[in-house]
Design a protein around this ligand. Sequence first.
Ligand code: DGL
Length: 264
Amino acid sequence: MAAPSKILIFDSGLGGLTVYREVAAVRPDADIVYAADDAGFPYNALPETALVARVVGLFDDLIAAHRPDLAVIACNTASTIALPTLREKFALPFVGTVPAIKPACAASVTRRVSVLGTEATVAREYTRALIRDFAKDCQVTLVGSKNLAPYAEAELAGAPTSDAQIRAEIAPCFVDDGKRTDTVVLACTHYPLLLDRLTRLAPWPVNYIDPAPAIARRVLDLLGPPAPLHRGSSHAMFSSGRAPHAVLARFGIEPQPTAVSGAK
Ligand code: DGL
C-alpha cells in the first residue's frame, strides 16, 4: 500500500486552522502537520525581505524534518510575497492563500467588493495585480486592518474583543455610494475565526468570502482523492514552543512536543 500523503499547513498563528479544517475534511486519510510561526506573529509587522527570509529559513527545517508531499501557505500576508521564492527553492508543490478577488468580483451583483486583509496584504503588488486582472467593472475597496488578526487570536484564547472594536475595523468595508457593497473578501486566514461576529456586526448583510474551501479543492487536485481505509493524523507545532492545547483539541489536533525552528 502507498504511504499516506503528508501535508504541511503553515501560518504565522492560528488563522491557518480555518484552512486546516477544510483540508482535513477532504483528505481525512492524510497525515497533517500544522506549523505556526507564532513567535513571528503578526507577519503584518514584518518588512517584506525579513518575512521572506524568515519563512524560507523555517521551511528549510520543516521540510527536512517532515518531508511533506505538499505545503499549504495558509497565510495571505506570507503567500503574497514569499510564494515565488519558496517555489524556486523547494521541490514540492506549494498551495498559497491569496485574496479571492476573482470569485468575489464574479459573484458581486452591486459591483461593489471590499478586500479585508492585513495592512501588508492589501499594500502588496500581488493584490493590486489581482485587482487589475480580475476586478473588471467592479469597484474594489481595499481595507487594511492592523488589529483584526490579533483580535481573532484573542477570541480563540478566550478573551474576546468588544463589538465596538471589531465594528471599527470592518466599517470601511461597507461602502454605500448609491449601490452598497455586497461582497467582502476575507483576505486573512484569521478572519473566518470571527465570522459569526463579522456577520452580526455588519451594518447590512454581505457575502463574506472565505477562501479555505477553494484551497482544499486545490489540494485535492494536486494530491488526488483520499486513500480508502486509512485514517490520517494531525499534529501541530509552534515556533514559540507553546502549543494552545485547548484550541487544538477543539480542532482535533495533537500538539507536537518539538517546536518549529529555523527562523532567520
Ligand atoms: N493569517 C495571516 C494572513 O492570512 C496573518 C496575519 C499576520 O500574521 O499578520 O494574512
